[in-house]
Design a protein around this ligand. Sequence first.
Ligand SMILES: *Cc1c(COP(=O)(O)O)cnc(C)c1O
Length: 477
Amino acid sequence: MKYISTRGQSPALSFTEILLGGLAPDGGLYLPEQYPQLSDADLTRLRGMNYRDLAFSILSLLADDIPPADLRAIVDKTYRADVYAYARPEQNAEDITPTLKLEDNLYLLSLSNGPTLAFKDMAMQLLGNLFEYVLAKKGETTNILGATSGDTGSAAEYAMRGKKGVKVFMLSPHKKMSRFQTAQMFSLQDENIFNIAVNGVFDDAQDIVKAVSNDAAFKARNKIGAVNSINWARVAAQVVYYFKGYFAVTRSNTEKVSFAVPSGNFGNVCAGHVARMMGLPIDKLVVATNENDVLDEFFKTGVYRPRGSANTYHTSSPSMDISKASNFERFVFDLTGRDAAKVRALWSKVDQGGAFDLNEDGLFAQVADYGFVSGSSNHAARMQTIRETQAKYGVTIDTHTADGLKVALQVREPAIPMLVLETALPVKFEDAIQEALGHKPERPASLQGLEDLPQRFEVMDADVQAIKQFIVDHTAD
Ligand SMILES: *Cc1c(COP(=O)(O)O)cnc(C)c1O
């Protein structure tokens, strides 16, 4: 399997060759040259597999340059019940992504039972083990630099902690994350993890990462890497749970199901698109946004109009406060019939701060063929959905999942099972749950007192030079 760029001007490479990088050299995103095709007999063979067997079967199609025995070991080490331990009492942690039935044909697919209680652990934990494996094989090391407003940074740190050959430098806005998120990250004592609390807001931290990334010489000399949401291995890892969810609620491959996906960067739902292209019988892929509704606007009108940070709202589903969906280009590449010249033309507008309209050449009419529908939510709807879900089903859901469920209820068809992807657990967003329900969600015993643990972090000014120096000082072997 070779991977090609959506912009068509980079050489085709294998899975492990693109693993450590981000964008392709031509600025595009990697996708398989062709999607593997699963037959009815293949689906029947996969049905009934446990998570590890399923993950191995699917990933071996996408990561076929890793020897099977090695991939097997990586998958077995990653998807363990003791790593995805926050399953609800009525769920089986061995399922890794168990379903929870709300009513007939309406389910949650729990993706947030990993160490940081958000779905990003599903891919990031695999990435940690893949990075360690590939770096050891090549005899290399990497220094991951990132900026986080909460979920991504902690998922990356919990995935990379203690990994040989990897150091993590994670910038976060000083005193701007929730107490829980801060404690989750800063309580890590691993020597390869460096938390840098930047005096400023998230954009200041993000700008520093961009400035360092634009300094090619510094980047090469200090082996700076990234684990951002466009990383193909993250998308590949996420494909697996669409299969797991499908098999959990169907008895035969003639049945279709729909998935509702709380979306920001389009990474999660992009994996659903890939699963569908591989032959999984998906009816609808429901793209649910919050008040930052760039994707909803596109799927309703055909106009893609990313917004700047001044027009990106801070909401109570903060991990979806994104106005430029970095993985969206992957879908548009497929929509254009994989016309790289067309994608280049469209993104030459986007990359200059502009928009594009796919009605102009009739492409928008074809979006429905890919199963996409969309909707958006807002604070009031989110609070109401959390309250109603508690009252009707006795289940507490977080704010992001509430956005997914709200839109799912608007678009579902009664005869087709709808799985709402649960992208975070409610304990992560205690204040919003308090507002909706009048009390805080229950905390698992292992997380009690998290905020009282000793914290390890460095406060620094938003000064690119100083942060570069910090990296240099802490990477000398
Ligand atoms: C990252 C995140 C999302 C958005 O996922 P994308 O892949 O960026 O679309 C939704 N919910 C939660 C809780 C997240 O952390």
